[in-house]
Ligand binder design. Structure first.
Ligand SMILES: *Cc1c(COP(=O)(O)O)cnc(C)c1O
Length: 390
């Protein structure tokens, strides 16, 4: 049976967005595509396979299991495990050649010992906290870790990374503070003899805001996630317009009824008709990732036109006012996210209405629905000439 609700993922759009990023950053900067959280609800394996094929340098997952899935899918580019690893993960880290973020001495030593035993040298990236206060070693412990890395011959320091707290606001003073600390870190690492180390601190917001993207180092790398999926953390940063949203969320009308004035609709009677209305029901609700905060507060597309959500979003159903849609009927396609004709409902639009961010909307919609993948369309690479060098 074909599911009435489905999310379609346009892999060409993801590849397009990768090329947009490639175009935005300097030529010698590496790109790590963040595919944690099931590629932000877009599907870990299909998205990663496409990015690897497109030539991305590296992938970033959250925990080790995701890395193992990617290795089993045949991906052999470097994979950064951004949560880091626990004692239980040491053997698999070596076995599957995964690159963990390291911020614990005990893990560093154990990983080195295990790697040596297996005749390996495991690449690691040091995770340093420059102000986010989430994960990473303190700036003051850098020398301690650098000395440990030199002593433990089973590991190789391949990179040093940190994360920005306010990457979504261009020119924020806190970002400047973090970048300054990071630059100091680069100096310390270089002075300690780590010449080929890759340094990375920029997520999507910083990639768009090219000021912070320019860490003066040949080996720098950026770590965009959101941009790959066609959204921006801030719509007002330049470069956003060239992105293509990869996710479309579709359903169909399963019921239509004509109601007279003064009729309440749905749970809590939160909407009451003020005239004769045509009300359509769709089989999508908060269980399908369509937030209850969108009750009386969002629009969908039917016959290339916007129609409002009326009443409260239920667990698996939602009502739409389709009074102004001519010849509307059961079975007609409804777009909750994506485009139809010249109209588009973006993930950012829904996020704004639900009081959250596009990240959360794509994660929940992507994971709650059957996903289908589309590809094969001609890529629109009309972004400038240096894209040709690939
Ligand atoms: C999620 C994440 C990213 C990607 O952030 P975006 O804003 O989606 O680009 C980069 N680095 C780390 C450490 C992350 O956790």
């Amino acid at each position: 049976m074909v599911a009435i609700n489905h999310v379609s993922i346009d892999l060409d759009a993801i590849e397009h967005n990768y090329h947009v990023i490639r175009h935005l950053v300097k030529k010698n900067i590496r790109i790590l595509g963040v595919v944690k959280a099931d590629a932000y609800g877009h599907g870990l394996v299909p998205v990663s396979l496409r990015l690897a094929k497109a030539g991305i340098d590296c992938l970033g997952v959250f925990e080790i299991d995701e890395g193992i899935l990617l290795r089993n899918a045949g991906i052999n580019i470097p994979i950064l495990v951004m949560m880091g690893i626990t004692h239980d993960d040491i053997n698999d880290t070596v076995k599957y050649n995964l690159t963990p973020f390291i911020y614990r001495i005990d893990i560093l030593r154990l990983l080195s010992r295990t790697s040596l035993k297996k005749g390996n040298m495991t690449p690691i990236h040091l995770k340093v906290d420059t102000g986010m206060t989430r994960l990473g070693i303190d700036m003051k412990d850098i020398t301690l870790f650098i000395n440990e890395i030199k002593e433990n011959k089973g590991i190789r320091l391949e990179g040093i990374g940190s994360h920005l707290s306010v990457a979504d606001i261009p020119g924020h003073p806190f970002t400047e503070k973090q970048i300054k600390r990071f630059q100091k870190l680069i100096q310390i690492a270089k002075a300690a003899g780590f010449k080929d180390t890759v340094f990375h601190i920029d997520s999507s917001g910083a990639v768009l805001d090219t000021k912070s993207c320019s860490i003066p180092n040949e080996n720098s790398m950026v770590r965009p996630g959101l941009l790959l999926y066609g959204c921006a953390p801030n719509e007002h940063i330049k470069g956003v317009q060239t992105l293509k949203q990869a996710m479309t969320f579709k359903t169909e009308i399963i019921s239509i009824r004509e109601v007279v004035p003064n009729i309440p609709i749905g749970y809590g009677c939160t909407y009451v008709t003020n005239a004769r209305r045509l009300i359509a029901t769709i089989p999508v609700g908060y269980d399908d990732g369509y937030s209850r905060l969108l009750s009386n507060n969002a629009e969908a597309l039917v016959h290339n036109k916007r129609v409002p959500v009326v009443g409260t979003v239920c667990m698996n159903m939602t009502m739409l006012d389709v009074s102004h849609i001519r010849d509307v009927k059961i079975g007609d396609e409804v777009i909750l996210v994506g485009s139809q004709g010249s109209e588009e409902i973006t993930l950012t639009e829904l996020a704004d209405k639900a009081g959250t961010i596009s990240y959360e909307v794509m994660c929940s919609i992507g994971k709650s629905n059957k996903r289908i993948y589309s590809s094969g369309k001609k890529l629109d690479l009309n972004l400038g000439t240096d894209l040709e060098r690939k």
